[in-house]
Design a protein around this ligand. Sequence first.
Ligand SMILES: [Zn+2]
Ligand SMILES: [Zn+2]
Length: 339
Amino acid sequence: MSGRKNDLLQFTDYGIYCPQADVFLDPRKKVNAALITHAHSDHARLGCNNYLACKESEVPLRLRLGQGINLSTLDYQEELMINGVKFSFHPAGHIIGSAQIRVEYKGEVWVYSGDYKLENDGFSTPFEPVKCHTFITESTFGLPVYRWKPQLEVIDEINSWWRSNAEQGICSVIVAYSLGKAQRILSNIDCSIGDIYAHSAIQTMNEGLVKAGFDLPLTVGLKDKSGDLSSFQSGLVIVPPAASTAAWMKKLEPYSTAMASGWMSIRGSRRRMTTDRGFALSDHADWSSLNKAVQETEASRIIVTHGYKTAFAQWLREKGYEAEASTSDYFLSGETDDQ
Ligand SMILES: [Zn+2]
Ligand SMILES: [Zn+2]
């Protein structure tokens, strides 16, 4: 438990709780009513009786938690009253359908950010700042050392790597999380370089999104991994981390591997990783974006979750905010929040 006894949102063993409405936000355990910011596994968990999320999150949520979940949806900005508390979802720009949750009761406004980034990634609905009195922010990359290059530059680097491999007849294998990073790369990459193949986890997500009307370039599914893969030599293969070391990958040889993740900006992580290249592309806010986001809420009280919460809360206190690190560890720190 952290915060104060009468807080509108409270940190409990079951997750972030709104006692007045008797609902949980991204609960970590099975509860009756769950409001979900996005479909990553540390925010959307199985077993709740009722789910409420924003409309754009429906496809990934049902693919992850099962088509049969009891899910209601709201458009971004649409309001729902539960026992006098007004709830609404606002774009968080993290992955498709990701939202911040605004909670208002008797004139007091709280915003729980979920995961977010400020840069428009060209696929997710871009982040919108929401004014509030208390802001619960993530801090996955809440240290000054984390500063992202603009997406355009990173995508250029990926294009050059793929193009040069293709010219040499080497297959390009990029490791990316199946929900979020994979679609972000796909919707920005230069598709004229060659064919794009997707691992089944990614292909299933993409097909679901395309069917629901989202715009993504066509990828070829890697369903038959036992077949002839010799035609892949100028292609780009997108695989989730769990599949990147699978034995069938040998069939792609010769190939070059790359990882797209915020952790790739740090030299130590680059050395430890097993891929040939690392591209620092993150779906979380970097240091300057976290600070900008906090400022734009105009909140005076900040509660920090994820990653570097203690350091970031300390920094905010030095800047004059009433800031605290949440005592609970609900969320995985980092981009390990997904496969
Ligand atoms: Zn996430
Ligand atoms: Zn998270």
